[in-house]
Design a protein around this ligand. Structure first.
Ligand code: AMP
Length: 286
């Protein structure tokens, strides 16, 4: 595995490989790697001769009162995990090489960028799309691999690639969960043991709604009420930023579960923000 910090060197490696006819997969991350990230890497390993992984805690996507400074960083451990997952190139750009003096140009995510996550975190998706576009220009992968964990992010990246003629395909990998259902996240490390137990109730709340959907419930109001009551009882969140049933591509709210829809939610446990989502399928009889 090569560790690369210079964007021009990263691009040269990828271009040479592609000129040889090798296919390149790319997994962008913010590090503090866990099994969710590793599943994305394994997915990249299949069907591609080369796998690039980036680790970069992107300052542009954090709000002024968010956790940029305390976000977990452990490059040495991350490098070991990348190596064992079959990564060929670990790209570790320095902030000043991605954001040179005078940097001013950003991507406008459009209306979806200010809904749900974007409403709670103003400017977040502009920061995400800007860094993803930059990384895509550096790595020039055949396939970009993102996780369903950040469902709205994945749809915004899909829209950006379509709208801005970005070459390459997007592959979205399923959510990897802990044994008790909690979606893996680098931020789970912030939770103390009591909070960690409560956090498992978050996934159970989404599962309760999925169970009700399977049993035939189609009212979005009732499905979200079921999730909310399980959430209150089992996770006792310190805040619920949003909990909604939406159309999986546009994230527009749906009133009835007539086709596969996405239940999305963000909660706070202590100072830690957790997000999760689950596809609900209409079941039973209407
Ligand atoms: P992050 O390092 O949190 O920015 O995440 C990097 C990529 O890994 C993003 O595409 C995430 O959606 C994805 N990811 C993070 N956690 C998970 C998970 N539990 N399951 C699947 N993908 C994940």
């Amino acid at each position: 595995m090569r560790v690369v910090t210079d964007p021009a060197a990263m691009r040269a490696l990828s271009r040479r490989a592609r000129a040889r006819g090798e296919r390149v997969a790319f997994v962008p991350t913010m590090g503090a790697l866990h099994d969710g990230h590793l599943a994305l890497m394994r997915r990249g390993g299949a069907g591609h001769e080369r796998l690039a992984v980036s680790v970069f805690v992107n300052p542009l996507q954090f709000g002024p009162r968010e956790d940029f400074r305390r976000y977990p960083r452990n490059t040495r451990r991350d490098a070991g995990l990348c190596r064992s997952a079959g990564c060929d190139w670990l790209f570790l750009p320095r902030a000043r090489s991605l954001y040179p003096a005078g940097f001013a140009t950003t991507v406008d995510p459009g209306p979806l960028g200010s809904r749900w996550e974007g409403a709670v975190r103003p400017g977040h998706f502009a920061g995400v799309l800007t860094v993803v576009l930059k990384l895509l220009h550096v790595v020039e992968p055949d396939t970009l691999i993102l996780g369903q964990k950040d469902a709205q992010q994945a749809e915004l990246v899909r829209a950006m690639m379509r709208d801005l003629n970005v070459p390459g395909r997007l592959d979205v990998a399923p959510i990897v969960r802990e044994g008790d259902g909690l979606a893996m996240s680098s931020r789970n490390a912030y939770l103390d043991s009591g909070q960690r137990r409560r956090a498992a109730g978050f996934a159970r709340a989404l599962r309760a709604a999925a169970g009700a959907a399977r049993a035939g419930e189609r009212s979005a109001a009732r499905l979200t009420a079921i999730a909310r009551s399980t959430l209150r009882r089992e996770a006792r969140p310190d805040g619920v930023d949003y909990l909604a049933l939406v159309e999986p591509r546009t994230f527009a709210p749906v009133r009835r579960l007539d086709r596969r829809s996405l239940l999305i939610a963000a909660i706070r446990i202590g100072r830690t923000r957790l997000i999760d989502n689950r596809f609900l399928n209409p079941g039973g009889r209407a």
